[in-house]
Design a protein around this ligand. Sequence first.
Ligand code: ADP
Length: 430
Amino acid sequence: MSRRRIRLLILTGLLSIGGTLVLQLLWVRQAYDLNERQFNDRVVVALTEVVEEIQWMRGDLAVVDPVIQLASNYFVANINDTLHPFLLETLLEQAFAAVNLDQAIEYGIYDCFSDSIVYGGRLGADVVVAGGPSKAALPRFDRDGHYFGILFPEKTAGIVMSLKRWLLASILQLLVLGTFVYAVVLVLRQKRLSEVRDDFIANMTHEFKTPIATIEAAVRLLERDEVDGDASLRAKYRDLIGGENQRMRRQVDRVMEISTLDGGGNSDLKLERLDLLDIVRDAVGATEIFARDAEGEIRFDCKLAHAPVIADRVHLTNVLCNLLDNAVRYAEKSPRIAVELHIKNSPGEQGVWSVVVRDNGIGIPTEHLGRIFDRFFRVPTGDRHDVKGFGLGLHYVKSMVEAHGGTIRCESKPGFGSTFTVKLQKAPDA
Ligand code: ADP
């Protein structure tokens, strides 16, 4: 599928799902407002009923503006005289039942003679809760005369609960959006992988052609009689074959990197007891030719006689080849690469091999250091240099080192070079 079509598909999907979600949320908001208005109306009706009942019992005149809403969940009802809490509770229960309101309430009765709330209580959804609220909890209403205040502590939660079907629908919608976004990410990643693979296969067939043709020609030349007597010519062709062979090896390394794309698990590691010293020497030997091509050198310093390790020979050699290869590729001038192998014996790191690859290359800016082991990550360099790559080498290196139970670290200073340190556990004594 073309990029344009994928983009169009994603955009349409996002717009339609996102649009319905926004509409849904707007509806929920409207439904909430409507429910709240209905709730308030019912409270005013019920409290007006209570006030009228009290006035009627006492034979008093009707009160003007009997109910006032002071806050979203707090109402006060004006009365002409003091009131017994028991009577108030009974009337409240009846009035709220009549308008179908079964929320918990807290009430307080205000006495204007003592200028304080003289009684506070709490009515559950259908039971009177012992203890009641502290009298101070109900806000005072700055007014002359008697009144009682009613607070609905669970008003918002109650309204939200009455909208649960709407909310559930919105959550499902959100889930659909999440699944869509996740599917898009997977499709894009899959597309990137297949692009890299196609690119890679095209590159690789091209890159293999040259060494194969060169080796073929060199072998034919070596077969000629006149070469037999000329040692320097023989050495020249031998070097040519060796060089091209290493170039093909580099391509095989890339095949290994690609293989880590589908999970790169450690299931196919062929673990055996090896000498890390040999592995490092092999990797140095395989990369030396590229360093020499670039008029540089690789030095390997090691005072150890053996370095036993349990590892997969092919993958571990590739790990080191990759690091050395990068050290050569990302050099600004002639690459001077130093490789060291030590044993760590500090209390925290007993019997740990440390392989250090230090180069004098272009270095890696600090802000990118944390990402160099990520799949497909390449340090953006503008057009400062033209090193081809897929951003898979270091990802492969890290996955493999970790599959061997080891760690890898990089320190770098742009313009001065980079140092990669691989740590691997020493094999137990045989
Ligand atoms: P690539 O195939 O692009 O080289 P890698 O995963 O091997 O992929 O490296 C990721 C990026 O890290 C490279 O694009 C490069 O910018 C940076 N990098 C890796 N090794 C070195 C090094 N020795 N010196 C400087 N930069 C490096």
